[in-house]
Design a protein around this ligand. Structure first.
Ligand code: AKB
Length: 318
């Protein structure tokens, strides 16, 4: 067992955990980029196999997936590879192939090789008829985007494999994720891009209306959510899919939070087709099951996240 130092988020000392070997798909995406170093601190550098720097992998290719899992002796998979809401509407057929075939391959291999599977879902599983405020974990879903439909498929297939084949499947319904890594292809991406624009030009043109609230989560809390859910004893989990959020805000309230640090910052809103996607989603979600079952407790609210993001964006832009 080897001790590794605290890192990027000042998380302190961790002891590399013996017996955990994780394959992370989608390792070069927004969450993967930050999850990899976070996991390496916790389970040891050699115990994270990612489909980025170490193995190139198409999640539709089950034979290659199987080879990588066997060759590296993986016992857990964090399956992040997915197409998000905006790209999904541009290419529904490809979204079904990547999102649906990907999770099916992972779950089939998990059943054969007894792997724990963590694969995030999204607030996009909730469609226009679900309650908009504090959307309950068990609200009827009926999404209107292909991305949401593919993630309902992920949730249902995961639950099926858990009941039928005893696969330890776990999932988080992620809201918009704000972090230092670039986002891409999502409806909530404005909440990432706005920070670079604020620091570089003092102005941002947003593709959503100023008053439209969406649930959001800051990356350090997102990473803790992944870790805490995969580490939770299975007997404590009353379900396999959990709503989580850290805050809920509109472009206008985010802009006001930025103006506290950059008084001349200007927000201009020119809503486009992404408004319809955002309007079909919850404005906030009820995450009380996550709090009760595995101790979910986000640390960042809008003010704290904004301060941290502006600091990082300033450092980044020199
Ligand atoms: C998106 O905007 O598509 C994603 C999501 C909310 O799942 N960030």
């Amino acid at each position: 067992t080897q001790a590794v130092g605290g890192g990027y988020y000042g998380t302190g000392q961790y002891t590399a955990q013996q017996g955990i070997k994780i394959l992370v798909t989608g390792a070069c995406g927004q969450v993967g980029t930050e999850l990899l170093p976070y996991l390496r601190e916790r389970v040891g550098v050699d115990n994270i196999i990612d489909a980025g720097p170490f193995e190139f992998l198409d999640v539709r290719d089950k034979d290659n997936l199987s080879r990588i899992i066997i060759e590296h002796g993986c016992n857990r998979v964090i399956h992040l590879a997915t197409l998000l809401s905006v790209v999904g509407e541009k290419n529904p057929a490809l979204t079904l192939k990547i999102n649906n075939n990907g999770i099916q391959n992972i779950l089939e291999l998990a059943a054969q090789q007894k792997l724990q599977v963590m694969s995030p879902s999204t607030i996009a599983v909730f469609g226009p008829n679900a309650p908009k405020e504090n959307t309950p974990n068990d609200a009827a879903m009926n999404p209107s985007t292909i991305y949401g439909i593919s993630k309902v498929h992920t949730e249902l297939l995961g639950s099926y494999y858990r009941e039928r084949f005893n696969v330890d499947f776990r999932s988080l319904r992620l809201p918009g994720i704000i972090g230092k890594a670039k986002a891409g292809g999502g409806t909530t991406d404005y909440a990432v891009d706005i920070f670079q624009a604020a620091v570089l030009s003092g102005k941002y043109t947003c593709f959503l209306p100023a008053d439209l609230d969406l649930p959001m989560l800051y990356m350090p809390d997102c990473l803790d959510a992944f870790w805490n859910l995969i580490q939770a004893p299975r007997k404590h989990l009353t379900r396999c899919v959990y709503n989580v959020q850290g805050m809920s805000f509109s472009p206008h309230s985010l802009s006001s939070a930025i103006q506290k640090h950059l008084p001349h910052f200007q927000l201009v809103c020119k809503p486009d087709f992404r408004e319809a996607i955002a309007r079909s989603w919850p404005r906030s979600v009820d995450d009380s099951f996550a709090r009760a079952d595995w101790g979910w407790k986000p640390k960042y609210d809008l003010q704290r996240m904004t301060q941290d993001m502006l600091k990082a964006s300033k450092a980044f832009s020199g």
